[in-house]
Write a protein that binds this ligand. Structure first.
Ligand code: ATP
Length: 246
C-alpha cells in the first residue's frame, strides 16, 4: 500500500486561522495545492512567517485544519519531521549546535536515524558541497552566507517532501543568492517559497498573495505578480507608515 506522503502530495487548509491575544494574524485560509513550486508573496507583517511555522508544524493553528499529504504536521511531529523542512530568513534562528557536523546530524537523529547512519549522511552531505573540512568547524567562525549553507545542508540531508523557504536569501550577496537558489529549487519534490521579492517567485506554478492574514489573490505567478507589484508601487508612493505600527 502507498504511504500517505508518497501519494499525490497536497497542501490543504480548511478555514485555517491563527490568533495572538485575540488579534487575528491569519484568518479563514482555504487552500488546496499540489504544485511542485508554490509561492507566497505579501508585505511585511502579512502573516507569511506565521504560515511557514504552521506548515512546518512548529505552531498549531488556533482555528481550522491543515493537512500535508493527509497528515496534520502539528499532531504528528514524527511524520512532520520526515515530510517538511524549513529554512528561515536568519540562520541564527535555525542553528543550535556549536559545530557544523553536529548541526547537520541533529535533524537526522530527530528523524530517528541511528548514530552511524546519521554520521554517514552528514559526511555525504559535506562531501557533496566540498566541505568535508567543516565537520568539526565552529559555526561561529563562519560568514553569514556560509551559515546559510550549513542550514541548507542540514535541511537537505533530511530529504523533505516539502521544503519551505521563508525568505532565506535576505542579506546574501547576488552570486550566493543565485547559487543557493539553484540548489534549493531542485532540492525537494515540492517547494513553498515565501518572499516579498517578486523576482524570487517568478517561476512558481501557483502563487498566493497574502494580505493582512488573508489570501487576497491566487493563480499562476505570471498573472498575480504584475498586480502585486503594481499595488506595492502604489503603496510605496504613499506617506502612511501606519501598517508598521503593529
Ligand atoms: N507570537 C506573536 N506574538 C505577537 N504578535 C505576533 C506573533 N506572531 C506573529 N505576530 C504578528 O503577526 C503579524 C504577522 O507576522 P509575520 O511574522 O507572520 O509576518 P510576515 O509576513 O512574515 O512579515 P515579514 O515579511 O516582516 O517577516 C505581525 O504583525 C506580527 O507582529
Amino acid at each position: 500500500m502507498e504511504r500517505p506522503e508518497t501519494a499525490r502530495f497536497e497542501i490543504r487548509m480548511d478555514g485555517l486561522g491563527y490568533e495572538v491575544a485575540g488579534r487575528p494574524v491569519l484568518e479563514g485560509l482555504e487552500l488546496r495545492v499540489a504544485a511542485r513550486r508554490i509561492g507566497v508573496v505579501g508585505r511585511n507583517g502579512s502573516g507569511k512567517s506565521t504560515l511557514a511555522r504552521i506548515l512546518a508544524g512548529l505552531i498549531a493553528p488556533t482555528s481550522g485544519q491543515l493537512r500535508l499529504g493527509g497528515i496534520d504536521p502539528c499532531a504528528d511531529r514524527r511524520a512532520a519531521l520526515r515530510l517538511v523542512g524549513i529554512l528561515f530568513q536568519n540562520p541564527e534562528h535555525q542553528i543550535i549546535f556549536p559545530r557544523v557536523g553536529e548541526e547537520i546530524a541533529f535533524g537526522l537523529r530527530q528523524q530517528g536515524l541511528g548514530k552511524a547512519e546519521a554520521q554517514a549522511r552528514v559526511a555525504a552531505m559535506l562531501a557533496q558541497f566540498d566541505k568535508r573540512h567543516w565537520q568539526d568547524a565552529p559555526v561561529d567562525a563562519l560568514s553569514q552566507g556560509q551559515k546559510h549553507l550549513v542550514c541548507m545542508m542540514a535541511v537537505l540531508a533530511m530529504r523533505p517532501q516539502l521544503l519551505i523557504l521563508d525568505e532565506p536569501y535576505a542579506g546574501l550577496d547576488i552570486p550566493t543568492r543565485r547559487q543557493l537558489g539553484r540548489y534549493l529549487r531542485a532540492a525537494a519534490p515540492h517547494l513553498l517559497h515565501i518572499s516579498h521579492e517578486p523576482e524570487d517567485l517568478a517561476d512558481c506554478e501557483r502563487l498566493f498573495w497574502l494580505d493582512r492574514g488573508r489570501i487576497r489573490a491566487e493563480g499562476p505567478a505570471a498573472e498575480i505578480l504584475p498586480v502585486f507589484t503594481a499595488e506595492m508601487d502604489r503603496l510605496g508612493e504613499l506617506d502612511d507608515i501606519a501598517d508598521l505600527a503593529g
